[in-house]
Design a protein around this ligand. Structure first.
Ligand SMILES: Cc1cc2nc3c(=O)[nH]c(=O)nc-3n(C[C@H](O)[C@H](O)[C@H](O)COP(=O)(O)OP(=O)(O)OC[C@H]3O[C@@H](n4cnc5c(N)ncnc54)[C@H](O)[C@@H]3O)c2cc1C
Length: 441
């Protein structure tokens, strides 16, 4: 097997394949430790995956936090992570600079071969890329040239970034885990649905006396330089090492999005953030960097006869909260399981089922999340919801369970009931409605 990319998706897939005894090689274009633009926040879902890979002891020196503080319209609410039978009731913050190398190393210890500083420059294909025009999905909108399945891929042409040497790496199965830009995936024929939400976010590190705060903080009423509320969110995540990770995010579902300059928004957030954090241009550790967040399984096809997409390459970020690390680990694990089945005799038919399994695991939840995002993208609705929510700690605690995908399978509590109601509303809001609502003018 060849895995392209050693972020959360690629390394978890490599770990689970190697742990099951399969022969797996990973190519990663960077060399660990490396900088990675991220909020550095691990929710209980991500912690569970790291624990399953035997990595929780390695997190011992990282900052363990207890929950989320929501701030908006003059109010502040602290919500602890809920008790759950499958997930811990705490999270961690750890820079991706430190985290990603740990997981790649874990995969290597389990038996995976990890080639760092090695870039997959081109997929090795048999035949022509295009397989004719696809039918339009019911009510859906696909970009031109969208494919139903990826072609068979037998490996990659890879380049050693140190020596410049290029060679072929051949493999029976190929896992595309090259992140949100996914050049390798696009070379195979993937595309992103334009009517699904796409986030844009920017983050920077700041020195802060509150670096070991026990809550990560999310701001729901961020303002531009004129002091006007902007459709987006801001965060301050304490790292426990003298620094906090500060960022702003926006959703492409908002029609004013194109007019908003994220760098200026970040500057404004730094200016408006509560003084107690000590965030200011003078405490910045360097310039802010940004990235894209493809959400809700926005990228497809999810695979082909011997290829699968995991993590951001498949657009698997949770639209409710912008969380992608846990979903990278989870989809990587699902891909490893599917490929393991194929290798154990299921063949390409087993790999073909990966897309179905992905849909089974996430599509209902992500459909509700996409509808939610669509609703709150309207600044007026957003303002009403935030104002209402911020008056009730109980309401926000239940909402946190929904938004972090921490509802219980064994109880029908307020969150689970509310989610069912949201699912009914989501049925009335097809994704294609978004195209209308985002048209300028
Ligand atoms: C500003 C920002 C803040 C965020 N904050 C959070 C957060 O707090 N919590 C959270 O859960 N999620 C957060 N996310 C989302 C999260 O970062 C991603 O969802 C996650 O990194 C996805 O993991 P991945 O393995 O799919 O991709 P990546 O982490 O992008 O990993 C892909 C890897 O592939 C390598 N690669 C790329 N191309 C090639 C190639 N051709 N050959 C070899 N290697 C290649 C890259 O170097 C990289 O190491 C944030 C995103 C952004 C932009």
């Amino acid at each position: 097997m060849l895995v392209v990319g050693a972020g959360p998706g690629g390394s978890s897939c490599a770990y689970w394949l190697a742990d099951a005894g399969w022969d797996v090689a990973v190519v990663e274009k960077k060399t660990f430790p490396r900088e990675k633009t991220c909020g550095d926040g691990l929710t209980p879902r991500a912690v569970r995956q790291l624990a399953d890979m035997g990595l929780e002891p390695a997190l011992a020196g990282s900052h363990r936090y207890e929950g989320l503080r929501s701030v908006g319209f003059g109010r502040s609410l602290e919500m602890r992570w809920p008790e759950h039978p499958a997930f811990p009731s705490y999270g961690y913050t750890i820079t991706r600079h430190d985290l990603d190398g740990l997981v790649a190393e874990r995969a290597a210890k389990a038996g995976a071969t990890v080639w760092q500083g090695t870039e997959a420059v081109e997929p090795l294909l048999d035949g022509p890329l295009l397989d004719g025009p696809p039918p339009d999905p019911p009510g859906g909108v696909r970009p031109a040239g969208h494919r139903r399945a990826l072609p068979a891929c037998h490996g990659a042409l890879v380049r050693d970034r140190g020596t410049g040497a290029v060679r072929e790496v051949r493999a029976r199965y190929v896992v595309v885990a090259d992140g949100s830009n996914s050049r390798f995936g696009r070379a195979l024929g993937t595309s992103r649905r334009r009517d699904y939400p796409l986030g844009m976010a920017l983050r920077g590190y700041y020195l802060s006396d509150r670096h070991d705060d026990l809550f990560i903080e999310s701001h729901l009423d961020i303002r531009d330089e004129r002091g006007e509320v902007v459709p987006g969110y801001g965060w301050i995540f304490p790292l426990g090492d003298g620094r906090v990770n500060v960022g702003v995010g926006l959703l492409s579902t908002e029609r004013r999005w194109k007019g908003v300059n994220t760098t200026r928004l970040m500057d404004a957030f730094v200016q408006w953030a509560p003084r107690s954090w000590g965030i200011a241009p003078e405490t910045a550790c360097g310039p802010a960097t940004g990235g894209k967040l493809p959400m809700g399984l926005a990228v497809s096809p999810h695979g082909g006869p011997n290829t699968v997409l995991v993590g951001d390459a498949g657009g698997s970020i949770n639209p409710f909260n912008g969380e992608g690390i846990a979903y990278g680990y989870e989809t990587g694990r699902l891909a490893a399981w599917t490929i393991g089945e194929a290798l154990a005799g299921g063949g390409t038919e087993a790999v073909d089922r990966y897309g179905e399994r992905l849909e089974q695991a996430y599509s209902d939840y992500f459909r509700v999340a996409r509808a939610f995002v669509r609703l709150i993208s309207n600044p007026k609705t957003m303002r009403v919801c935030v104002n209402l929510g911020m008056r009730s700690e109980l309401l926000m605690t239940e909402l946190l369970k929904i938004m972090a995908n921490l509802m219980r399978p064994d109880t029908l509590g307020a969150a689970e009931l509310a989610y069912r109601g949201m699912a009914v509303v989501a049925d009335l809001l097809p994704d294609s409605a978004l195209l209308e609502s985002t048209r300028p003018g």
